[in-house]
Design a protein around this ligand. Structure first.
Ligand code: PMP
Length: 361
């Protein structure tokens, strides 16, 4: 056998692997365990989704509609945007990867805040471009002035994650508009709004309003979080024509299954039930944040479906304590941990674990 192996691109060397939130194993004594590690929605699919899924199953021998026509039409109507400004993909992470591929290659720079969504460094490196990470402020918020200062003539794309994963913090209208005014017209700004539906701060702008008169702004949304379809992998971008067209060119052909397309349409039509569930999670978020603060923790204001504790060197120890109590959270070693707002019983267990840990300090 030849000693040679196929030549792989050097750009792949050292790519950090995406660490998905760990699943929940049964806790000590066999008690139920809760997975609060992946920002999933604890509710089952919205009304109408199961029926559409069962119906779609009858056509599994067929390829899906490659253009996602029905979903695109529904999204255009729902958000009041032209169909030509929409592009769908395998989760918003799939669309984000297409955006990087469409704009950036070797020698180009992609700017994002850090810490932020862990897929950004991965998809940037895969494309061969260089990551430029701009630290969050002391309050764990995007430092938009520093991000604008980091722009060079090699910058091709900037991610602004609003609310930011994993901190839950937001950037508000005035600062975001000031930032967008500073970005050159030939640099794409991607407003990643995966958690948009959970925002209750009226000063946080809707990216879909901002993009309208800014051809270099693209908004990313997903059905994975508020809509509860993480397992079906469907997300979309709203962007002006050249960018949306480029996304359609770079997307994996037939990437979004018919099941996912039909379920997404059914979910968009279940708006009332969606709003009710999201509101219940927002109320629960308020309860969790208040309880943590009552225990003495510093919790940054979160507008997403998760909370962040900056625990530094104690992070892994805290996560292990949660796990022993039956709750899996998402630790970032040496930095902090993110816990999703899940079902009430899971949130209660998390709060109990946090309180017990606090008392030991
Ligand atoms: N953007 C952000 C900020 C996220 O947190 C996530 C999910 N972790 C995604 C995008 C991707 O979600 P999906 O691919 O399921 O749409």
């Amino acid at each position: 056998m030849s000693e040679k192996s196929p030549r792989l691109r050097g750009a792949l060397d050292g790519i950090p692997t995406y660490k998905p939130g760990r699943p929940a194993a049964a806790a000590e004594g066999g008690a139920p365990a809760y997975k609060l590690s992946s920002n999933e929605n604890p509710y089952p699919p919205l009304p109408g989704v199961m029926e559409s899924a069962v119906a779609a199953a009858g056509s599994f021998n067929r390829y899906p509609d490659m253009a996602c026509s029905a979903l695109t039409a529904e999204l255009a109507e729902h958000f009041g945007v032209p169909q030509s400004h929409l592009a769908t993909g395998t989760g918003s992470v799939g669309v984000a990867q297409s955006l990087v591929q469409a704009t950036s290659g070797p020698g180009d720079e992609v700017i994002y805040a850090w810490r932020s969504f862990e897929a950004y460094p991965i998809i940037t490196q895969i494309s061969g471009a260089t990551s430029v990470r701009v630290p969050l402020t002391d309050g764990d918020v995007h430092d938009l002035d520093a991000m604008a200062d980091a722009i060079t003539d090699r910058t091709r794309l900037i991610f602004v994650c609003n609310p930011n994963n994993p901190t839950g913090t937001v950037v508000r209208r005035a600062e975001l508009e000031r930032f967008l005014d500073r970005v050159p017209a030939d640099v794409l700004v991607v407003l990643d709004e995966a958690y948009r539906e959970f925002i209750r701060d009226a000063d946080v702008p809707d990216g879909i309003e901002l993009y309208r008169d800014r051809p270099n702004v693209c908004v990313l949304r997903t059905f994975s979080k508020a809509y509860g379809l993480a397992g079906l992998r469907v997300g979309f971008a709203v962007a002006h024509e050249p960018v949306a067209a480029a996304l359609r060119k770079t997307a994996v052909p037939f990437g979004v299954s018919q099941l996912a397309q039909d379920a997404a349409v059914a979910s968009l039509r279940a708006e009332d039930a969606l709003l009710e569930r999201v509101e219940a999670l927002v109320v629960e978020r308020g309860r969790v944040v208040e309880a943590l603060r009552g225990q003495g923790w510093t919790v940054p204001e979160t507008q997403a479906n998760f909370v962040w504790l900056r625990l530094g060197e104690r992070t892994l120890d805290f996560a292990a304590a949660c796990e022993r109590a039956g709750v899996v959270v998402r630790p970032f070693a040496g930095e902090g941990m993110r816990a999703t707002i899940g079902e009430v019983a899971g949130n209660d267990l998390f709060l109990q674990a946090a309180e017990a840990y606090r008392k030991e300090l």
